[in-house]
Design a protein around this ligand. Structure first.
Ligand SMILES: *[C@@H]1O[C@H](CO)[C@@H](O)[C@H](O)[C@H]1NC(C)=O
Ligand SMILES: *[C@@H]1O[C@H](CO)[C@@H](O)[C@H](O)[C@H]1NC(C)=O
Ligand SMILES: *[C@@H]1O[C@H](CO)[C@@H](O)[C@H](O)[C@H]1NC(C)=O
Ligand SMILES: *[C@@H]1O[C@H](CO)[C@@H](O)[C@H](O)[C@H]1NC(C)=O
Ligand SMILES: *[C@@H]1O[C@H](CO)[C@@H](O)[C@H](O)[C@H]1NC(C)=O
Ligand SMILES: *[C@@H]1O[C@H](CO)[C@@H](O)[C@H](O)[C@H]1NC(C)=O
Length: 659
């Protein structure tokens, strides 16, 4: 695909120059606009803006053939007429790279050449008239000067507008559109938020990007998108993005939910949508008719929308292409969820439990309710006995890849054999509410299981951890263990993991603390005799807990391929010498990131050591947490980085501090 590459880099250049032009125009036109606001000259207030739309109009003309069209338009506003004028001027430059035909609702179709010409003349008149009017209104002493500077400004603006028009109309390819849009909003965001006076100009421009070339719109993407006026304008123009694939309305719009009230009407114009997120603010009205409006929908995220209840499940269940559904934090119960799981055969990722599953009894019960219903599938003959199902009994109807159980009993776990595609299982335990630990041997029967997340919230049962890890450890690539207990008990879990999980890529241990037992006694329990390396492939390690010297040596002796290391929790017993000795046996050649995110006894000496080592270190932080770290020493390290021309970021507190 070398061809594509060259197109892109060319595109990049154009995108940059277009963006710059646009920014210039916004600046000029906002000054211009202010100027004119004084003299009540409305017509040209939003100059510059209009060029934007011109490429849209331009494309329309190309696609449909302007000559075929009748002079029947009665609705063209002055602004539209100005656009048309530009359109005509720019036409010779068009290259016809349009990927798809223009959309009828994008701009006015009924404008003919003759009208354009007429408009052009009218506009010229208007401009002259405008000038005359305002000139007359000005004080005499200012007259000549300001007229001259205005004229100057106008000429500049005109040149810029024409240039912009040329550039924009020659790039309608979808990929370039995205590049351009993305560049422009990044450039404008801060300006928009800081300078009120340019807002109008930006508000006039951005809607023009909501056309058939747009594929993705995320209201959380920039700050300005959730600013009241902009949010409203984008929403009002949403129906023009007829080829939109992905629409995200998230937390940033929480206070703007009123704007989105009518979303369902807009959705009827977006039949290509495959991903829709309406987090926290979704109402039943917003998704009414969803399955018909967006028949291709694969991902739906209604997370945190409390107004969504079982009543909406019927509608959701009709979205037959859904693969991913997040209804966590809604009021949907197990019953409603069952309806969805049962109807949508292709559903593979379901997020239902609220984030904090055990903190909200309502949601926990609803999840349990769901699995009760699934359990019914397994009951044979006598309705009170649950038969342990064999593989042949598997019901291929359930495609779920994830599964989350809270205080599961053995029978709950058995239901998971109904999900032969299971990749990720999460099991939460609060032992004080449990009568007995479940039999977890079913974990051996999940051929695709890759990720196990086990949260033991009030005690570390090493026995349970062992049984889980022995059952499926060899196939896991991701293991998250949250073991809330004294490090004394958790240490043994380390041995189990090191013995049973040779294929891990990601490993997280969290939750442990130091209480009754001494560090020495606890560390003693680590089995230093386990043959190293136990985790050949481990790349990402998070340890959040009591991180003793011996613990770190133990874990790192098993991870020759480590790339990121996050240390958090209690780091005040950790010493520089430990790093020195670790690096002697395992030089960590692939190391990219190291984080100490609470204060530690490790000093900047270790940072220096890591910097001078042969590795790929890109980032190390937060140095402010390190033992006796001073700004001077930090500056020294910075100059070390410069001297050796290392591509490593040293993070004192945050990234900004460095710059
Ligand atoms: C103009 O409009 C009339 C009536 O709407 C239609 O019959 C005719 O074909 C149109 N002409 C062109 C050039 O589109
Ligand atoms: C959509 O807008 C962009 C930028 O305004 C433009 O380059 C592109 O040609 C337009 N696409 C269509 C199909 O009109
Ligand atoms: C379900 O998935 C299969 C395989 O990916 C696909 O062929 C089929 O069209 C999907 N069904 C629906 C209703 O989307
Ligand atoms: C493993 O951890 C890395 C770094 O945090 C992350 O980017 C990646 O998505 C994780 N992989 C899986 C399968 O969870
Ligand atoms: C480790 O923690 C960091 C910060 O919370 C997170 O971004 C990263 O994904 C975690 N890595 C793994 C392997 O879970
Ligand atoms: C350390 O990182 C964790 C996530 O990895 C974060 O939740 C915590 O707030 C951080 N602590 C500090 C002191 O920055």
């Amino acid at each position: 695909m070398p061809c594509r590459k060259s197109v892109l880099s060319l595109g990049n250049l154009c995108v940059l120059s277009i963006t710059q032009l646009l920014v210039d125009i916004i600046h000029l036109s906002s000054e211009d606009g202010q100027d004119k606001a004084k003299s009540n000259d409305q017509q040209e207030k939003s100059t510059g803006v209009t060029d934007q739309s011109s490429k849209a109009s331009q494309k329309q003309d190309e696609a449909t053939g302007a000559a075929q069209q009748n002079d029947t338009s009665t609705s063209a506003t002055e602004e539209e007429q100005v656009q048309l004028q530009n359109t005509k001027e720019e036409k010779p430059h068009a290259e016809g790279t349009a990927e798809e035909p223009g959309q009828p609702d994008m701009c006015n179709h009924d404008d003919s050449i003759s009208q354009v010409q007429e408009t052009e003349e009218k506009k010229d008149e208007k401009i002259e008239k405008g000038n005359t009017d305002s000139d007359n209104r000005r004080e005499k002493e200012n007259d000549r000067q300001s007229a001259a500077s205005r004229k100057d400004m106008q000429e500049k603006l005109e040149t810029l507008r024409q240039e912009l028009g040329v550039q924009l109309t020659s790039h309608s390819h979808v990929m370039l559109h995205e590049l351009l849009f993305s560049n422009i909003i990044t450039r404008l965001d801060l300006m928009y938020m800081r300078q009120k006076k340019i807002r109008k100009a930006v508000q006039d421009i951005l809607p023009h990007f909501l056309n058939s070339s747009l594929r993705e719109l995320d209201f959380g993407r920039t700050k300005m998108f959730s600013e009241q006026d902009m949010c409203k304008i984008l929403f009002d123009n949403l129906h023009k993005a007829v080829n939109l694939r992905k629409l995200m309305i998230g937390r940033s719009c929480y206070w703007r939910s009123k704007i989105f009230e009518n979303l369902c009407t807009k959705l009827t114009h977006l039949p290509q949508l495959t991903e829709l997120g309406i987090q926290y603010i979704c109402t039943p009205e917003m998704i009414s008719g969803l399955s018909e409006s967006c028949p291709l929908l694969c991902e739906l995220n209604l997370k945190g929308s409390e107004k969504i209840t079982d009543q909406q499940c019927e509608e959701i269940a009709k979205c037959s292409s859904l693969k991913m559904l997040d209804i966590s934090g809604t009021r949907i119960t197990g019953k409603g969820c069952w309806k969805i799981v049962d109807s949508i055969k292709n559903l593979s990722w379901l997020h239902h439990c609220a984030f904090n599953c055990n903190s909200d009894s309502l949601l926990f019960e609803s999840r349990a309710d769901l699995f009760d219903r699934i359990k019914e599938q397994l009951i044979h003959g006598d309705a009170t006995t649950l038969v342990r199902p064999d593989l042949s009994m598997r019901d291929e109807r359930f495609n779920l890849k994830n599964f989350w159980l809270f205080n599961p009993q053995t029978e709950d776990l058995l239901t998971s054999v109904l999900f032969p595609h299971l990749e990720h299982i999460r099991l939460d335990f609060v032992f004080q509410d449990m009568t007995e630990e479940p039999d977890v041997s079913m974990l051996t029967t999940q051929p695709k299981l890759k990720k196990l997340q086990a949260n033991l919230y009030d005690r570390c049962s090493v026995d349970l951890v062992r049984r889980m890890v022995e059952a499926c450890g060899s196939q896991l690539t991701v293991l998250h263990l949250h073991l809330a207990d004294d490090w004394f008990f958790v240490a043994e879990a380390h041995n189990v993991v090191a013995s049973c999980c040779p294929n891990l890529v990601n490993l997280t241990f969290s939750g442990d603390y130091k209480a009754r037992y001494s560090l020495e006694d606890s560390d003693e329990r680590l089995d230093m005799g386990i043959p190293a390396p136990a985790h050949q492939h481990l790349e990402h390690l998070n340890l959040t807990g009591v991180i003793s010297n011996r613990r770190l040596r133990f874990v790192l002796s098993h991870t020759p391929a480590l790339r990121t290391l996050h240390l958090d929790g209690e780091l005040e017993w950790l010493h520089d010498a430990t790093f020195t000795s670790i690096l002697e046996t395992n030089p960590l050649p692939d190391l990219e990131e190291v984080w100490f995110n609470v204060s530690t006894t490790v000093t900047l000496g270790t940072v220096r050591l890591l910097l001078m080592q042969e590795n790929s270190l890109r980032c190390i932080g937060r140095l402010c947490h390190m033992g006796a770290a001073t700004m001077e020493e930090y500056q020294e390290l910075l100059s070390l980085v410069r001297k050796h021309n290392l591509d490593t970021k040293l993070i004192w507190v945050t990234d900004e501090r460095i710059k």
